[in-house]
Design a protein around this ligand. Sequence first.
Ligand code: ADP
Length: 470
Amino acid sequence: MPGGWFPLPVTVMGLFACAVFAVLAVAGEIGVLPALAAAALIVLVQALAMRALRRDLDRFGRALEEMAANPDRIEPALPSTSPAIAGQWAALQRLNRFWRQRVARAESELASSNSVLAALPDPIILINERREVMRVNTAARELLGENLLRRDLAAALRNPAVLKATDSVLKTGIGQQIEFDLSLQVDRHLRAGIVPLPGHVEDGYAALLILNDLTSLKRAEQMRADFVANASHELRTPLSTLIGFIETLQGPAADDSEAQKRFLAIMQQQAARMARLVDDLLSLSRIELNEHLPPTGLVDATSILRSVVQTLELRAELRGMRIELQLDDNLPPVLGDEDELSQLFQNLIDNAIKYAKRDTAITVAAVRSNKVRPGVAVSVRDCGEGIPRLHLPRLTERFYRIDTARSREMGGTGLGLAIVKHIVNRHRGVLEIDSELGQGSVFTAHLRIGVPRGVENDSVTTTAHRASAR
Ligand code: ADP
């Protein structure tokens, strides 16, 4: 009970006053009765005052306990007390309000720092002097998984070079940068910036690890290098043939008109192959350049299909094939670029002619589809060998072929489906490849129909591969 000490001096003062009256009475200065009456009065007043004081202090104590039990609540009211106690209580309330405001401000600052940390796209890890993970942001959890807190950094980043660099930063307080590979579900190439922070113990530092995922950058670099190597290789082969024949024509076959005829025919073939390759490379780079800008024109897919089929009918006939058109009536116009859609359909039908069995039918259909919101699905179905499932995800990569010799023999460049994929992507559509071994394949491009401007909301474009190949 607060104030337990208080009655003592009051009692001492009362006793002192009584003693003074006793002395005065003994000395005959005042009468015994008045002295006794005065002493009794003093004791009575003292008792009343002490009772009131004790009651006020009890109330003060209870209010204080209530406030301590619920520091976040508005301070409890103190029932009427003496002005001195009320003054103390008011001061205490002001102090409590001041700290409550301080705490609220600190909490809101902490919450906004947490939001900033969570929103940062790069994974960030805070570790203490003992290399234990103290905080991570959302990006770090997405990259490295849950349950990282309070565990050694090695549980999250199992890479000796990073751990060694981190140990050195914790010891010396000198920041470091390091690039490293990490095997997660997929292999990643990361860069870590390790920044020292003041630690809680003497002679030790905490640290902040800021990770950059360089995987796609590395992959893009690798793809660019592969692409240049592939393209050069594709051009080099016909070029070497041409050079070889030119030398032969200038030398040993200079006077052999029969050989000249044969060689010139081969040279023409090789030159045509180079021209096709250069055309496809140019198409691909042109489409890629515009891929971020979806076409805004409205075109009639069925009339494009009719004209493409017309131009390819002759080639199909050479392999004893028929192209059957199945076009739904009254299809709405699609959002598209006429030349690109023409190239898309041409590549798909051309592949069906190249890779399906002789003397079979190719079915080209256009129907309404809801795959990419209301749209039109254009499919090319052939009766070929079908494509083994393992090839499906890679089929649209540049220069990816199942049988390179067959593709070359049929005049393929290995870029046809890459062009198809990029055109579909630019049209914000979806490409599906369905194939069954021994039955044939269906390539379907889902295209969007025109919608009024402003209603459109671009969705992420995906290229889906569905295989029923076994
Ligand atoms: P290419 O110029 O070689 O035809 P594409 O990019 O058009 O290049 O096609 C890549 C590969 O996909 C082809 O080499 C072929 O192996 C396979 N392919 C494409 N279309 C078909 C199809 N309709 N049937 C079977 N295989 C196909």
